[in-house]
Design a protein around this ligand. Structure first.
Ligand code: NAP
Length: 487
């Protein structure tokens, strides 16, 4: 099979930091069809050779394991080409059409790794140049809009020129091996399914913590914030994977139908719930990993009086038979104590205690997403007997079963962007988000955006290097629970 992958934004940060290393890994693993072309597009005037040299130089900045060995890049680089093009200029699309006609590849992937403000014009002009053929697929990067209305506008434009099965909306969390393992855990094993419900699960916590600040993307982040950047997409997709009903088969729409039902079942916000269950924070100066770091408002590109949230903690509920009454706690933030994304499923305690057991230590399943990828099942076991104790009750000790997928599958693992790029080339939509899912997610977060817009108190401060504002702990404590690192 031949393919052309047109990488709009081919010189940008996303292209060289994530997409090129992922394509290179796919090439290294022998999974990228060799007859393909990768055509970087941007407004710079570069020859193919100059573009290859630019990408080669950028590889010095990626993880050591992802850098090419001598000679390896040169073989990969034969696939790399460059086309100068301004996406806002209709005339430039004819040059793209001519480049694609040279090959007439079986599959043409248009990857829009550019600002979303260019999505609409790009789609319209691709169609005007006749480039929306049946073998075209388009990949849209987040953020797909700023709110429900802008998301709808983009989706309507894209759908007016391509069919839904040609549209690949990326949420790279869905490509993470750990998230696929969550699907495998739930739907490939029968062990957990009978327990996966309100009768046995007390609460579920989703944490996506970053220790980094906004880096060089201060201006972008200041107009986005943690709710739009992380919750509307990644956190809600994780919630869907946790809460969805078993799909009838593994086809994309069967999976997406079930995720959509979860989003539709999210309990609607009330003014009381917004006041108590939607916490926002913003980091002040502090220390991360022993190093002093500046406050968010002192980061380059950030408004010194910004009210943008760098931390969000939410309490969600899913109003259906399986989950009624079970709180789902979501928290994400920048400049937190660690880079750590994980899910904790807390099971209810044994209904009748014949043993003494340490509080909160067991009865939980921890799904590690990053940096570690694995599962831990925390249980209670009989440890050393304490003969000195006069108590008739034995005290149990926490133990855990640790499934480390990195150790077990090591080099066989495929990274998120690599998996997703290969899926686009192969036309597999399972790990991509359908427009109705996105719209439903926006519908749920919009009341929070509106509430915060009208709340002059602004985000609560938290020192960089901590776990966010104390209000997040108070929120979860009202249900009688605590975040995993506090229990
Ligand atoms: P970036 O570093 O600013 O790169 C933007 C790219 O688009 C550059 O190659 C730029 O090259 C090109 N471009 C800009 N205007 C253009 C035009 N009129 N015609 C043709 N090319 C044009 O941005 P980025 O960080 O890579 O992000 C790209 C998109 O991905 C954004 O929507 C971002 O939110 C999203 N995203 C980024 C990341 C990340 O880690 N960076 C992660 C997830 C999502 P020229 O200026 O030379 O034309």
């Amino acid at each position: 099979m031949s393919f052309d992958l047109v990488l709009f934004g081919g010189t940008g940060d996303l292209a060289w930091r994530k997409l090129m290393p992922a394509l290179f890994q796919a090439f290294r693993h022998g999974s990228l069809p060799a007859s393909g072309r990768i055509i970087g597009v941007a407004r710079d005037d570069l020859s193919d050779e100059q573009y290859r040299a630019l990408i080669r130089a950028r590889f010095d900045e990626v993880d050591l394991s992802k850098r090419p060995a001598p000679g390896e890049f040169e073989r990969f680089a034969e696939m790399l080409h460059f086309l100068r093009m301004d996406l806002s200029k209709p005339g430039d699309y004819q040059r793209l059409a001519a480049t694609l006609r040279e090959r007439n590849a079986d599959t043409v992937v248009m990857y829009l790794a550019t600002a979303p403000s260019l999505f609409t014009v790009a789609c319209e002009q691709l169609a005007a140049a006749g480039l929306n053929t049946a073998n075209t697929r388009i990949v849209l990067e987040k953020p797909l809009g700023h709110d429900l209305a802008s998301n709808r506008a983009i989706n309507e434009t894209v759908r007016s020129v391509l069919s839904e099965k040609q549209i690949f909306r990326i949420d790279h969390y869905l490509g993470k091996p750990s998230v696929q393992n969550l699907f495998a855990l739930r739907f490939g094993n029968s062990l957990f399914e009978p327990l996966w419900r309100r009768e046995t699960i007390a609460n579920i916590q989703i944490t996506i913590a970053e220790d980094l600040g906004v880096e060089k993307r201060g201006a972008f982040y200041d107009s986005t914030g943690a709710l739009r950047d992380m919750v509307q997409n990644h956190a809600l997709q994780l919630l869907c994977a946790l809460a969805m009903e078993p799909p009838i088969n593994a086809h994309a729409d069967a999976i997406r139908d079930e995720k959509l039902k979860v989003l539709r079942s999210l309990r609607a916000w009330t003014p009381e719930a917004l006041a108590q269950h939607a916490i926002r924070g913003q980091y002040t100066a502090g220390k991360v990993g022993g190093e002093a770091v500046p406050a968010y408002r002192d980061e380059p590109g950030v408004n010194p009086e910004s009210h943008t949230e760098t931390f969000v903690a939410l309490r969600a509920e899913i109003a259906n038979w399986r989950w009624a009454g079970v709180p789902f706690f979501i928290r994400t933030g920048k400049r937190l104590a660690n880079r750590d994304a994980h899910i904790v499923v807390n099971f209810r305690p044994a209904p009748h205690a014949i043993f003494r057991s340490p509080l909160g230590a067991a009865n939980r399943l921890v799904i590690h997403l990053q940096p570690k990828d694995g599962l831990e099942l925390h249980l209670l076991a009989q440890g050393q007997e304490n003969r000195a104790s006069k108590s008739a009750q034995q005290t149990l000790a926490p133990v855990h079963l640790d499934l480390d997928f990195d150790k077990r599958f090591g080099s066989e693992r495929v990274g998120a962007y690599e998996r997703l790029l290969l899926d686009v080339i192969d036309g597999r939509l399972n790990l991509f988000v359908r427009s109705d899912e996105q719209e439903e997610a926006w519908r749920w977060v919009e009341p929070i955006i509106d509430y915060w817009r009208n709340d002059s108190a602004g985000p609560r401060p938290y020192a960089a290097g901590t776990w966010g504002p104390s209000a997040a702990s108070a929120m979860i404590a009202r249900d009688g629970y605590c975040w995993s690192e506090e229990c």
